[in-house]
Ligand binder design. Sequence first.
Ligand code: SIN
Length: 540
Amino acid sequence: MIKPPRYLTDFDLTDLPSLDFDAIVIGSGVAGISTAYHLGKTAKVAVLTKSELSLTATRYAQGGIAAAVGEGDSPESHFEDTILTGRGLCDEEAVRVLVTEGPAEIATLREIGAAFDCRPSGSLSLTREAGHSCARVVHSKDTTGGEVESTLAATVRGMSGVSIFERVFVIDVITDDKRSVGVLAVLNGRLTAFLAPVVVLAAGGMGQLYSVTTNPPISTGDGLAMAYRAGAMLTDIEFVQFHPTALHTPVSPRFLISEAVRGEGAYLVDKNGVRFMVDRHPMAELAPRDVVVRGEFEVMRATGADHVYLDCRHLGGAYFAERFPAINDELLSNGIDPARDLIPVTPAAHYMSGGVKVDLEGRTGIDGLYACGEVACTGVHGANRLASNSLLEGLVFSRRAATNARAYIEKHTGRSVPPLKSITSDDGGTHTEGRAVMADLKDRMQELAGVMRSAASLTALLAFIRSKAGYTFPGGPWADDYELSNMLTVGYIIAMAAKTREESRGSHWREDFPEENDEKWRRHIVIEEGGDEWVKLKII
Ligand code: SIN
């Protein structure tokens, strides 16, 4: 059996080109860029981003940011909705932090120039999304993530303490005796070491492991895999959230039709035009995402259809175009007029509710290595994330990570980096083979570890990944070969955790264990690198 090596490439720090910083931030979505914003005021920060600064999953976020800023709303109510949606697995302390510190983050974004929609009175206009008991979602039409991303990007671009490196592929976090000392990355085609006492993983999610996803091409689980190889713990990784309404077209990523569309009154109907959520949950179309996705799945199975429909016709074409201009344009360019036509939609892999296990300050357990945003698991999402809590989590916990990291840098600046090196045996395949394996992996993840799983499907998936585990391509020049290694590792970990959890809870739905089992399973699965075995798995 071949398991991933500690490092995906050979290196010798004594003869690698290297660059020194106080902190290295991997990723430039909301969590990464906001970490850079906070840390860059006092420290020398490098932001390493796989694509362009603003081409991240954050930019794709349409609906908004949940925060208790409305009249009559309260952090307590936001707390209760988050806990209820998380199906018994949220960390209450983390949720308390999220909901009480959230409103200040909205104020900070507005101070630095983010423009959110307002009512004629000047107060913020708020919308509803699934699982929320009131209108609580701050938005900027249907491109809220874009507004947040571009505001933060413009701000950090003007900061002398922040250096931005675009199109840099980070291969691994370098560690010395459970202390992180920097990262190995491909910069301008050359293996380069970025050295710093602090490394902040903000590398986002893993939706691209699935053939049907709303996530951009960069979301290949690199951060999860490199944290795992470095010895950090991963938790709640079986909870891959599917979004109920991705536009049903044969492209990847699928275009998202924001939950805010249902928040503004759209219906979900089957091929006969019947609303199927009304009898399934008191909140109907605004039930939590896991409930809606299961409803869709059951309807599709029963009717033999491969999609259901969103019905927005009663909202009025002019209203729809004004409130959701980007969605309206995309639909029209696909020949769908939301004023007249039903919109075909399916569930699509959307968000990793688990991730690298961190404390409330973003610490991973490896000295100097922090994680925040989708790659991290603070415990706020439990088994199923509440809509629009993701941007909020990125903002709140990146600030906390930055505050802690600042103190860490003060204590550890000037510490020397030992002459580390690694020799990895080359057991990789060819690049061409790798492309085919990647496509195969995505299809199998979709079919065997998607919305519904079973012991049989997960066993088949694990066997497939083990058979391909030689595709590690050490030293290979292609970023997508490293990505494939990461995807195989993350797919394996997801399948292991999903097979272990013998119940259905939140976004983890087991055909062979359809009930939620609190007595046995109101617990977390924690996974770490397993020495001679692939993984060590604990249930806590
Ligand atoms: C959406 O706009 O539906 C996505 C929001 C989210 O993922 O929370």
